[in-house]
Design a protein around this ligand. Structure first.
Ligand code: BV8
Ligand code: ZN
Length: 248
């Protein structure tokens, strides 16, 4: 893939790069994305049937088991070359912040040291009632589905942000600060349909950031990107880093 020289110069001159990622970032790690028909996580169900507090209260067993299945997928998943290239950026520019919609923790496992999880982490578990975090050992040992809180007896739930729930305020405010500071804003592997996360690329552009969209498909956010790199994260990111920093 050939890259625009101006883009390569901007990367090399960057003081702070923000990487905004979605499910497509983890697709090459074998984690199904949300919207791909048939293979997508929501191919059989609608999000509101699974990823909402009401869905959990209505059918806690199905919702718990759906997340347990997704955690299983994660057990054998590894960071892919796209995650690794994002982590490698930290050795090439002074500051890199990852702002992810993903709940799989793969950026951290790839070595990224500053990751803002806008939608929580599927490996975290907390009590639906009292909010206390639950130890994963206790969760694994429990026979009940869903397991119960050791403190108040409430049902345990995955530590993710469901539809209709607010994003963690600390994560949201940090993400907004990063946009005001970063010079380059990567938007990788997201259909940019879920709000308010999807407003970040628009805000980055309005703050005058250089927005780079990496996605094999067109999305509604293509119009706001100065650079559209049409391809897979695991292929484009390593090639882009090699083109900008051939000597590492
Ligand atoms: C909230 C955790 C309010 C759970 C998730 C306007 C403003 C505010 C809210 C709303 C609004 N409009 C609508 C809403 C409500 C709602 C919403 O956005 N609904 C959508 C469906 C329209 N938003 C919310 O409810 C949010 N909460 O706003 O609260 C509030 C305020 C006050 C008080 C109370 C409440 C909470 C949203 C968080 C939901 N939780 N995840 C879980 O994982 O189960 S969202 C989940 O779906 C993901 O985290 C992610 O964010 C989203 C999926 O999107 P993507 O990551 O983009 O994935 P997708 O599959 O769509 O696309 C993949 C892309 O990758 C594709 O483009 C594909 O081409 C590309 N790709 C594929 N392969 C590759 C690739 N790219 C690169 N390389 C590849 N190899
Ligand atoms: Zn509790």
């Amino acid at each position: 893939m050939l890259f625009d020289f101006v883009l390569l110069d901007k990367l090399r001159a960057a003081r702070h790069i923000a990487v905004f990622s979605g499910a497509g970032m983890s697709a090459e790690s074998g984690i199904p994305t949300f919207r791909e028909a048939h293979t997508g996580l929501w191919a059989k169900y609608r999000p509101e049937d699974l990823a909402t507090p009401d869905a959990f209260l209505r059918d806690p067993v199905t919702v718990w088991n759906w997340y347990a299945w997704r955690r299983e997928l994660l057990r054998d998943a590894k960071p892919n070359p796209g995650h690794l290239a994002v982590a490698q950026l930290e050795g090439l520019v002074p500051k890199v912040t990852v702002i992810t919609q993903n709940v799989d923790g793969l950026h951290q496992r790839a070595g990224s040291s500053d990751v803002i999880e806008l939608h929580g982490n599927i490996l975290d578990t907390r009590c639906f009632d009292c909010g206390r975090p639950a130890e994963s050992a206790a969760v694994k040992a429990s026979e009940e589905v869903p397991p119960r809180c050791g403190h108040c007896g409430g049902m345990l739930r995955p530590g993710v942000v469901w539809f209709g729930e607010s994003l963690p305020s600390a994560a949201w405010s940090r993400a907004s600060e990063v946009l005001e500071e970063a010079d380059v804003f990567f938007c990788i592997g997201t259909s940019s349909l879920v709000e308010p996360a999807a407003s970040l690329p628009r805000y980055a552009r309005s703050c005058g950031r250089t927005v780079i969209q990496i996605n094999p498909e067109a999305t509604s956010h293509d119009v706001i990107a100065q650079y559209i790199l049409r391809g897979k994260a695991g292929e484009v990111m390593p090639e882009l880093l090699f083109a900008a920093w051939p000597h590492g």
